[in-house]
Write a protein that binds this ligand. Structure first.
Ligand SMILES: [Mg+2]
Length: 267
């Protein structure tokens, strides 16, 4: 049966702090030799995904902005399906569009006076400084289409008001420790994985899917695959979820990733 690998990037295939992935290269090359698709499923933008695909020499589809959209290279599948043609991709959009998200944030700011600063309100230099990125990395991170990251500079107890307002406007929120996020209710890593799995199945007949992640936002991804796997995080533990067949890698980040790939795909 054909295998398809879905993988998170930050903290999973890439080191959480310095984004290195040297440890994964031999296993990645073996996946390429064996024709096993490596599908990124990440919070990262199209521009960030393209950067890593190019660096790693991958040609497979990818899922951006936590399930906001699926990008499938033109002619990747031998059949036609419903999508938007853009930049040599067939794009399946699940999330709300950036302009609508920005508009909702502006309205909330005006209605409440909350100090909300989105990536769209900041220059690439400001994002770089705040997020500890290079200016080039910040430009790619700012190129959002299906979610907006923002700083909420208000007391913690006002969070509930913020979240209620986001929900009342028809959107969902995330909180990642430093940045808050707003995105469409339908943007979901799991939904995106299921749509792509269907397309792979149509192309190859039955497929066996493997998913690798490191944190809570990967749970929908892990629930949507045949073989879920978690790599160890920087705190030495694993994401808090009980899935009957979850494989917990001993290795942290990229090293755990290699362990999973060797165990489930290269044997
Ligand atoms: Mg991650």
């Amino acid at each position: 049966m054909r295998l398809v690998l879905f993988t998170d990037l930050d903290g999973t295939m890439l080191d959480l702090y310095d984004y290195t992935y040297d440890a994964t290269l031999p296993a990645l090359n073996a996946l390429k030799r064996n024709g096993i698709p490596v599908v990124f499923c990440t919070a990262k933008t199209q521009a960030e995904n393209e950067y890593y695909r190019e660096e790693m020499g991958l040609k497979d589809p990818f899922i951006v902005e936590n399930g906001g959209a699926i990008f499938i290279p033109d002619d990747y599948f031998s059949f036609e399906f419903e999508c938007k043609k853009r930049d040599n991709y067939c794009v399946v959009e699940l999330g709300a569009l950036y302009e609508a998200l920005r508009k909702a944030l502006t309205e909330i700011r005006e209605e409440t006076g909350f100090k909300i600063t989105g990536f769209g309100d900041m220059t690439a230099e400001e994002v770089a400084k705040d997020a500890n990125l290079s200016v080039e990395q910040a430009k790619r991170a700012k190129a959002k289409h299906y979610n907006e990251s923002f700083i909420f500079d208000e007391p913690k107890e006002k969070e509930t008001i913020l979240f209620d307002m986001i929900s009342a406007k028809g959107f969902s929120h995330t909180y990642g420790g430093r940045y808050y996020g707003i995105h469409g209710k339908n943007a979901d890593k799991g939904k995106a994985v299921k749509i792509l799995t269907k397309l792979f199945t149509q192309e190859y007949g039955a497929v066996n899917t493997i998913g690798i992640g490191d944190s809570m936002n990967d749970i929908p991804l892990l629930k949507a695959v045949d073989q879920p796997a978690a790599v160890r995080n920087k705190k030495g533990g694993w994401l808090d979820i009980s899935l009957p067949n979850l494989y917990k890698a001993k290795g942290e980040g990229p090293e755990g990733w290699v362990e999973v790939v060797e165990k489930f795909t290269l044997q």
